[in-house]
Design a binder for this molecule. Structure first.
Ligand SMILES: Cc1cc2nc3c(=O)[nH]c(=O)nc-3n(C[C@H](O)[C@H](O)[C@H](O)COP(=O)(O)OP(=O)(O)OC[C@H]3O[C@@H](n4cnc5c(N)ncnc54)[C@H](O)[C@@H]3O)c2cc1C
Length: 507
């Protein structure tokens, strides 16, 4: 570390230029540190990318932004407000849910009352009241979990138990009750239950196994809204990279870190292309499984506890994505009208989770999520639509699970046939088609098995099985979807703030 005036400036290396890596780099550079980001691939952004194919721009990763306040705060605190840089727009309706029997429920954006009215118009007053009560419970859970569980480092169960108000908070959160069981206490409506179940997949998990506190995701989405970024959610990566450049952060692309070096229980730097580079602090945005099992030697005692935790955690599910460029001028008659975010549920939702987590096979009759942005900057020309379609999928685990290097083209064709069977007239107007398997995600951004979110939230102790932000190996920190508090853009942004603050305190 070096003095700059009366300020102690540290040399910091960030491993990975995903959203978590760049968010922490920006915060640390703004605090006056010298920050270099080593990125293994040829581009920044990690999973968060908007990709042009022909006349169509597709979000290949996130296609929904929730809790934008996290990024408003980041941009505000590191320079100019985000409103000067990105056009973050509310999406209304937030979601359209389609069920196998033809029932359709629309969720308007940013209004619990409007959602309840919409539910009442389709399912009746009783169901609307049940949803209202569920969301009240979710709000309560959010109020008590936000500070100690989400926005702070989760050090140990012991540190939580010693907190004032712990017992009453415990009652609100009911950590041993699964999301499925908690929902059942409020409603027996099969449509509402499916809608709640789906929130488990926002953390790559199984609704029968995740703690009921994941209901907070439904509350956060309906209260703080569903948002789109003009040009694609991948613009967030572009804006973050630019912010980092403005703050003097150096980027080294095509530079995979192969080793984290250490001495006497202190992380001291990294190795890139056989060269050792020293640093005062290392921030690892690479998946924690790689950090602890590949970048550090297996006999390093200090990190045994982290390795043990990660070995016990269930990995997050993966995703099979289809990028569909549709040219509506190819068809005659009515063009199906799509909401920005549509969900098409299968008849048997449980079969999907059994296929993914138990049988580890591609889902035969999957839930289909279609993101069809109403954003003219994401297509070139008239009458065109760029759909990002996401199917939950088992991880890429050749030998022990599914091998996504086989049968993917057939699976893509099967999904397109399902979309046609739903009356969406995809084949007739298909102009561009690409697909991305879990194996592709693994090779492009080093996401083990193609998991979308690192570890899942399956099990009451899952939050304690994620990598800690402050590693037991001193001067090493973990940020991003595989570390606390978990995956998804809002939580990843929060993890960056936790890590930047922890380094600020450690100097
Ligand atoms: C298909 C899909 C859909 C999604 N949908 C949503 C959504 O709608 N909303 C939402 O909020 N979230 C969504 N997510 C999740 C969200 O994209 C992630 O949680 C988030 O982008 C992860 O950011 P991260 O910081 O953990 O880094 P990552 O994006 O995982 O990036 C890590 C970076 O580290 C680099 N790296 C790895 N190892 C090394 C090494 N040894 N040396 C140097 N660099 C290395 C990688 O190349 C990568 O660039 C989705 C993800 C996917 C894949």
């Amino acid at each position: 570390m070096a003095w700059s005036g009366n300020f102690l400036m540290a040399k910091i290396i960030v491993i990975g230029a995903g959203i978590g890596g760049m968010s922490s780099a920006a915060r640390l550079a703004k605090a006056g540190h010298e920050v270099t980001v080593f990125e293994g691939s040829e581009r920044t952004g990690g999973k968060c990318q908007t990709k042009w194919v022909g006349d169509y721009a597709f979000d290949t990763g996130p296609s929904l932004l929730t809790l934008p306040a996290v990024y408003r705060d980041l941009f505000l605190k590191t320079g100019k407000r985000v409103e000067h840089i990105l056009n973050i727009e509310p999406v209304d309706p937030a979601f359209e849910y389609n069920f196998a029997d033809g029932t359709q429920i629309t969720f308007p954006n940013l209004s619990l009352k409007a959602i309840c009215d919409s539910i009442e118009s389709v399912l009746g007053k009783k169901a609307a009241d049940q949803w209202h009560n569920l969301m009240q419970r979710a709000e309560h859970m959010w109020d008590v979990s936000r500070g100690p569980f989400v926005e702070s480092e989760l050090k140990s169960i012991g540190s939580l138990v010693r907190r004032k108000g712990f017992l009453s908070d415990l009652k609100t959160i009911s950590p041993l009750t699964s999301l499925r069981k908690l929902t059942a206490k409020y409603t027996d409506d099969p449509y509402l239950s499916k809608i709640v179940d789906r929130y488990a997949t926002y953390s790559g998990s199984d609704p029968r196994k995740v703690p009921g506190v994941l209901l907070t995701i439904a509350f956060v989405e309906s209260s703080f809204g569903a948002w789109h970024i003009k040009g694609g959610i991948g613009q967030l990566s572009v804006a973050l990279e630019n912010r980092c450049h403005d703050l003097g952060v150096k980027f080294e692309l095509n530079s995979p870190v192969t080793k984290i070096t250490y001495q006497n229980s202190l992380a001291t730097g990294v190795e890139v292309s056989g060269k050792s580079i020293s640093a005062d602090f290392i921030v690892a945005n690479a998946d924690a499984e790689l950090v602890y099992n590949k970048l550090l030697p297996s006999d390093l005692n200090q990190v045994k506890s982290e390795r043990r935790k990660l070995a016990k955690a269930t990995k997050s599910l993966a995703g099979f994505s289809l990028l569909l460029g549709l040219d509506n001028s190819k068809i005659k008659g009515d063009v199906p009208k799509m909401a920005h975010h549509s969900i098409c549920f299968p008849e048997d939702y449980d079969a999907e989770f059994d296929d993914i987590f138990v049988k580890k096979i591609p889902v035969d009759d999957p839930t289909i999520y279609i993101c069809a942005p109403k954003d003219p900057t994401m297509v070139k020309g008239e009458n065109k639509e760029a759909w990002s379609v996401l199917i939950n999928a088992p991880r890429h685990e050749p030998g022990t699970g599914w091998d996504w290097n086989q049968g993917s083209a057939l699976y893509a064709a099967k999904i397109i046939a399902k979309l046609d069977a739903l009356g969406l007239r995809v084949s007739e107007r298909l102009d561009v088609v690409e697909f991305q398997t879990p194996a592709d995600l693994e090779s492009s951004v080093s996401a083990p098995g193609g998991s979308i979110y690192g570890t899942s939230s399956n099990g009451a102790r899952s939050a304690f099985l994620r990598a800690s932000n402050t590693s037991p190996l001193k001067n090493l920190y973990c940020v991003g979807g595989s570390a606390h508090p978990g995956g998804g853009l809002p939580l990843v942004g929060i993890s960056a703030e936790i890590v930047a603050d922890a380094i600020g305190r450690a100097k």
